[in-house]
Design a protein. Structure first.
Lengths: 960, 76
């Protein structure tokens, strides 16, 4: 069922700029060339009956309801498949058309149950609407004959055409008895999602929708994106929540709080109760598509595990004491001031969240800089995309991706490195697949055979299956080929880039040691493949690079980002549609949290704290002197905690005890501190080490903005009251006030106004403007009043682009006899980051444990069979998971996800980090894998600790 | 903080800049990086360590830290 508020124009919008004039029902209409007659009519307010058409899909012409008469043409063409032409005269309502449509509807209804009053789609069913529109008054055929409606035939025997409901998917129900075989679900799966899980099986009257090989939905290839559910014109595919709750009465546009794609959704509500999330057709990042997380995995927001009362305790071995907000805030303020008095101003700090809004992260860094009086603020982007900030700033001049997602429509060669879009950024992954199916070429650089390498109707031209940790070596070989085979875009480089830096770089990458042949033994990539890929990227037309944490989370993360920017500059693939350098951000507001000054060395807008003019502008606005020296990064905070100089930490919406590397080091640091304040939805892993718990609010409970991977600022709108009483920004404000630093915002729009005033790239941003435009891509200011989809047009933000030298330095994390395999980590479609949200939804039906993926050869050598328990040991620690044998892995490399705390994936990862930003080297850990029979010692301790902490929580809820 | 960790981090930075053919630019690069991204406490600790001998620091790191201004007295 479509959204309750959207209008469906029947066929996709034409992008043509040539206009065509025609006449429909006597009305003169002008529309872009390529528009269908159906859409032209709809745009003029004329509704032509339809069933198989929806503007989300290409015209199909099967339902025969949308027939029209066109002057001078024979017959009754379908308006959905007929494009407009100049001077056309069309009649949409004639006696003959009425007769045909009624006849068609009579046939449809003769094989459809008449249970409208008890049907979930009642009132929003397109079939029901069409029956009304065509004036259907009788169905002459009866139900005695062959039908799909009744389980039994008239004689009491089983009806062979009938199929029972498929309720295997936790989020939607498939009721074949209501199906009209319009193929909208099948087409949505093919055209939009690109999974091709559905098909119409059989012919004629036996045609039926089938998932994979007549499987149940859950067991099929279906990825539960829900595109089919949204496309269904009847209740054949309905959200289970819609079936349970009934239809929504109002709808609010908001932004998804999962990954960095930042999909726009309509939260369809009954009062304060969420009925369903429907992706917004007008959403600029997602154009009406979504994934299993954003559309369906919302149960966490109202999960009984939510903690909605502030809690305090003096030691982590004490039971929690539920207290009032006043008491909790006063306690934190007095503890933080006590620690500063005893150990120095520097002894406390804060961590902002990439899951919170821009306004919330801005307030936390403001609290730290102005209220705490130091610069000890950092964000979880430290452990994911901090190298992007460093690398792109150094080369291009701005710490952000260069394009909008739609830019890919003009891309000829897609280069994906260290990213797995179909799992981690599924909605953009689908958009990428659409472009690839339409003919763009594909280069994948990844140690694993990710799905994109071979997926229906897509095959990568080159999969450069490199060894983990050799990104820079491989990128240098690509640069070597470009430079030595004269593939440099000399005109672009000469006019747009620093001459001297380029000359230095050209000589550097031209060295024989960076030839693909010389590097083959290092990267493991056959020289011929590297050469062919480099040639394709340099000469195949518009080349666009998409990368993720497989690039950044390395000892040379920042170097690899710069190497990528170098490649784009050298080939002139920057500064226009279809090209660019595109970091795919992990969490919803990674870009925003970085923009908002969450790093210890930068004010909002990526301006260094030592810049006097900038600092003075903040001092003036905030009314206090500010430090000109950088503060502690997250890993520095841990070190400082362990040496006794750092004692208190305010953590908003992050779970460092699970997400950060070398867990045992992190928990030792947490244990060494005196006042840890966790503000979150749940008692997460970090909260188990906390002294104060402040209830956080979900994205459904507050107003604000998120900024996605395209620099797109979108509104988050409150649809229900905060369960704990306050939105997160209000809690930060209360804490500031209690610490004697005044903050008096009454609405988050005032916070954005302050950000806009103080940040040149945000000067033009306001809630009002976002409401007006739908979303805005920064920079948005006097120069770019409506925002900036593509950056660096004509000139780089830093003026001239700067080539940086990118020497390959092998990581110190090397395989040895003791640790002969390389572990790399990543995520999976159905789960999100530390899993705090998705583990509390039915998404666990797809992934209920983290497993170790290992190549069959490595498994055989160790006597490991599918499903065996295996110990994974590194120099940092050891954990135990079950093994899955997979040829997606290359021999010598193992892989796991980190969505479950008990998996202890980060017990194994080490303290190694990126040279420039200290982003951890999650992607390369030397390990040994052996068959075992019991959990690791860490896991046993973790389980005991968790049980003890849960008991302490239980005691607080039920005081004696 | 653990000095071993600071040494590793400083050496990692020096290793990146070591490729720079202009030696002065390489030293400046390391020094500027430390100044822009390292908390004053860490800079001060590394300077002290170097004054005490600085064992384990790569030559480029040593050179950069030698010329590194002491953080201002009012800094943490």
């Amino acid at each position: 069922m479509l959204s309750i508020v959207e209008i469906d124009y029947g066929t996709p919008k034409s992008r043509s700029e040539t206009m065509v004039a025609l006449e429909i029902d006597g009305q003169r209409i002008e529309v872009p060339e390529g528009t269908s007659v159906m859409r032209a009519a709809a745009q003029a307010g004329i509704s032509i009956p339809k069933l198989c058409a929806t503007e989300m899909l290409e015209a199909f012409g099967s339902c025969r309801l949308c027939l029209v008469e066109i002057e001078g043409r024979k017959g009754y063409p379908a308006s959905c498949t007929t494009p407009v032409s100049a001077g056309m005269k069309i009649a949409t309502q004639t006696p003959k058309l009425a007769q045909i449509r009624r006849g068609v509807m009579e046939l449809y209804i003769s094989d459809h149950p008449l249970d409208c009053l008890t049907c979930p789609a009642n009132g929003h069913c397109e079939l029901q609407d069409m029956a009304g529109v065509v004036g259907l008054r009788e169905v002459r055929y009866g139900y005695d004959g062959a039908n799909h409606v009744y389980a039994k035939q008239k004689d009491g025997t089983a009806n062979p055409l009938f199929a029972a409901k498929d309720e295997s998917n936790p989020y939607f129900t498939f009721d074949p008895s209501k199906c009209i075989a319009c193929s909208r679900c099948v087409r949505a799966c093919d055209e939009i999602q690109g999974t091709f899980a559905l098909t119409i099986q059989g012919r004629g009257f036996e045609s039926k929708v089938s998932a994979s090989q007549d499987n149940r939905f859950l067991e099929s290839e279906c990825v539960s994106c829900g595109a089919c559910v949204q496309a269904c014109p009847t209740a054949t595919l309905s959200e289970t929540s819609l079936i349970d709750k009934g239809q929504a009465e109002h709808s609010v546009v908001t932004t998804c709080a999962y990954c960095g794609v930042g999909c726009s959704f309509r939260a369809e509500m009954k009062g304060q109760d969420l009925v369903r999330m429907v992706p917004n057709k007008d959403g600029h990042a997602n154009h009406g598509h979504s994934c299993v997380k954003g559309r369906f995995a919302m149960g966490y927001a109202t999960h009984p595990d939510r903690i909605t009362t502030p809690m305090v305790r003096s030691k982590i071995s004490d039971p929690w004491r539920a207290v009032s907000w006043d008491e909790a805030i006063a306690h934190v303020a007095s503890e933080f001031r006590r620690l500063q008095a005893a150990y120095g101003n520097h002894a406390i700090g804060g961590i902002t969240s990439s899951r919170c809004t821009n306004e919330e992260t801005y307030l936390v860094q403001k609290l730290v800089r102005a209220g705490f009086g130091n610069n000890n603020v950092d964000t979880c982007a430290r452990v994911c995309h901090s190298p992007t900030g460093y690398g792109l700033k150094a080369t291009l001049g701005e710490s952000a991706g260069t394009q909008d997602f739609d830019s890919i429509a003009s891309t000829d060669v897609v280069l994906v490195i260290g990213a797995n879009p179909t799992d981690a950024h599924p909605v953009f992954g689908s958009q990428m697949k659409q472009r690839l199916r339409a003919g763009a070429r594909l280069i994948v650089i990844d140690p694993r055979r990710i799905d994109l390498v071979r997926t229906p109707h897509i095959k990568a031209d080159h999969h450069l299956r490199l060894r983990p940790g050799t990104n820079v070596a491989l990128l240098n070989t690509l640069a070597h080929v470009i430079v030595t085979e004269d593939l440099v875009n000399e005109t672009f480089v000469a006019s747009r880039c620093e001459t001297e830096a380029f000359a230095k770089w050209r000589a550097f990458v031209a060295q024989e040691k960076y030839s693909p042949e010389a590097m083959e033994n290092v990267t493991g990539v056959p020289a011929a493949s590297a050469r062919a890929a480099a040639r394709l990227y340099a000469t195949g037309g518009n080349g666009a690079i998409y990368y993720g944490l497989g690039v950044t989370e390395h000892a040379q993360g920042s170097t690899a980002v710069m190497a990528i920017a170098n490649l784009a500059m050298a080939t002139g693939n920057i500064g226009r549609e279809g090209v660019g350098v595109n970091p795919l951000r992990g969490q919803n507001n990674v870009q925003g949290s970085c923009d908002m000054g969450s790093f210890p060395h930068e004010f909002p807008g990526y301006r260094h704290v030592s810049d006097d003019a900038v600092r003075h502008s903040f001092e003036e606005a905030w009314g206090v002197p500010l430090l000109a020296e950088p503060g502690l990064r997250i890993p520095n905070m841990f070190e400082a905690a362990l040496d006794g100089s750092f004692k208190g930490l305010y953590i908003e919406g992050e779970d460092i005890a699970q997400s950060d590397p070398d867990t045992q080091h992190v928990t030792a640091a947490l244990t060494a501190m005196e006042c840890i304040v966790v503000q979150d939805l749940f008692l997460n892993e970090t909260a188990k080490f906390a002294h104060v718990f402040l209830p956080g609010s979900s994205f459904l409970e507050k107003d604000g903005t998120f900024t996605n991977a395209e620099r797109r600022i979108s509104r988050v709108r409150k649809v229900m009251e905060p369960k704990g009483g306050y939105a997160d920004w209000e809690v930060t404000q209360l804490l500031a006030q209690a610490m004697g630093y005044p903050m008096n915002y009454t609405h988050t729009s005032q916070i954005m106004d302050e950000i806009a005033r103080l940040t040149p790239t945000f000067h033009g941003v306001s809630f009002e403007k976002i409401d007006q435009l739908g979303s805005i891509q920064w920079p948005c200011n006097e120069e770019h009043p409506s925002g900036t989809p593509v950056m660096h047009v004509g000139e780089f933000v830093r003026g001239k682009g700067r080539f940086m030298l990118t020497e390959y330095v092998p990581t110190s994390e090397k395989v040895t006899a003791e640790h002969p395999l390389i572990l790399t980590t990543g995520r999976i479609l159905s789960q999100y980051n530390v899993g705090a949200q998705t583990r509390r939804t039915a998404n666990v039906m797809w992934h209920d444990e983290d497993r170790l993926e290992i190549h069959p050869h490595d498994a055989e050598e160790r006597g490991i069979l599918e499903g065996d328990w295996v110990g994974i040991a590194s120099r940092a620690g050891e954990t135990v998971l079950r093994a899955t044998l997979s040829e997606r892995m290359q021999p010598g490399v193992v892989y796991t996800t980190f969505h479950f705390p008990g998996s202890g994936a980060n017990v194994i990862t080490t303290e190694n980090s990126d040279w420039a930003t200290n982003c951890p080297e999650y992607k390369v850990t030397a390990v040994q894998v052996t068959r075992v029979t019991q959990p690791s010692e860490w896991q046993r301790r973790h389980r005991a600790f968790t049980e003890a902490q849960e008991a302490l929580l239980e005691q607080s809820v039920k005081p004696a | 903080m653990r000095i071993e960790r600071l040494i590793t981090m400083a050496n990692d930075i020096a290793t990146y800049f070591a490729v720079e053919p202009d030696h002065a630019a390489a030293v400046g690069g390391v020094r500027d990086h430390l100044k822009r991204f390292w908390d004053p406490v860490m800079r001060r600790q590394l300077k002290t360590y170097l004054a005490e001998g600085g064992e384990g620091l790569l030559p480029l790191a040593r050179e950069a830290v030698t010329g590194l201004d002491a953080p201002p007295a009012d800094a943490p």
